[in-house]
Design a protein around this ligand. Structure first.
Ligand SMILES: C[S@@+](CC[C@H](N)C(=O)[O-])C[C@H]1O[C@@H](n2cnc3c(N)ncnc32)[C@H](O)[C@@H]1O
Length: 206
């Protein structure tokens, strides 16, 4: 389907949003239900997890949802240049011992892969409980052509009260892991950034 998801799978020319490490696929399914004119693909290496989301999508009759089983390490094999409008990274495994970032799918190493198929002005969202993921994303963003659109170290604190209703309902979606961390009293962090003049940057792998 590389380069052909819209035409051959979804049979439309709507925007395409992917969720990497989607687990049960809460973001994929709930965003798809709210936005029938956007296509969504949840991606995870564990098929039994997204089977949960796939069953819900089927029961609801959603035609704008797909799930793909693969490791994110191989993601460039599945999407062509300018094919993807947005990427969600929801509570990705933090991989604390991966100092270089070659296993952490929220790292700059992976952003360079994503840049090969993200559109100009495409968006990446990172939602996470781990302050290290949030802080390192903000620091790494300083060294890239990406532009930070919005961020918060405590989504359900003041932040969610101040944002408009569209973003409020999007950021109120709770994944399985998010609910667990909230029960433990952890704060939820969020960063949203967009691509800008990425041409050539993704080839310059660190
Ligand atoms: C902590 S869970 C979060 C799941 C879901 N996003 C949530 O918030 O409930 C991390 C998920 O990422 C998946 N995952 C981890 N590393 C991956 C990789 N390299 N490629 C694909 N999926 C991966 C795991 O299988 C798992 O479902």
């Amino acid at each position: 389907m590389k380069g052909e998801w819209r035409e051959k799978y979804f049979h439309n020319s709507n925007p395409l949003v992917i969720e990497l490490g989607c687990g049960k696929g809460e973001y994929t399914v709930q965003l798809a239900e709210a936005n029938p004119n956007i296509n969504y693909i949840g991606i995870d290496v564990k098929g039994h997890r997204f089977n949960h989301g796939a069953r819900i999508a089927k029961a609801k009759g959603l035609k704008n949802v797909a799930f793909l089983r693969t490791r994110v390490e191989f993601i460039e094999a599945f999407f062509g240049k300018d094919e993807v409008d947005e990427i969600w990274l929801t509570f990705s495994d933090p991989q604390p011992k991966d100092y270089i970032g070659i296993k952490r799918i929220t790292s700059i190493f992976f952003w360079k892969k994503y840049a090969s198929f993200l559109k100009e002005n495409g968006i990446i969202h990172i939602k996470h409980d781990n302050p290290m993921i949030y802080q390192s994303a903000l620091e790494e963003l300083d060294t890239t052509p990406f532009l930070i659109q919005s961020h918060s170290a405590d989504v359900y604190g003041d932040y969610i009260q101040k944002i408009d209703s569209k973003w409020k309902s999007i950021l109120s979606i709770r994944t399985y892991y998010e609910s667990r961390w909230l029960e433990e009293g952890k704060k939820i962090h969020y960063v949203r950034f967009k691509t800008r003049n990425l041409q050539g940057w993704s080839k310059n792998i660190v």
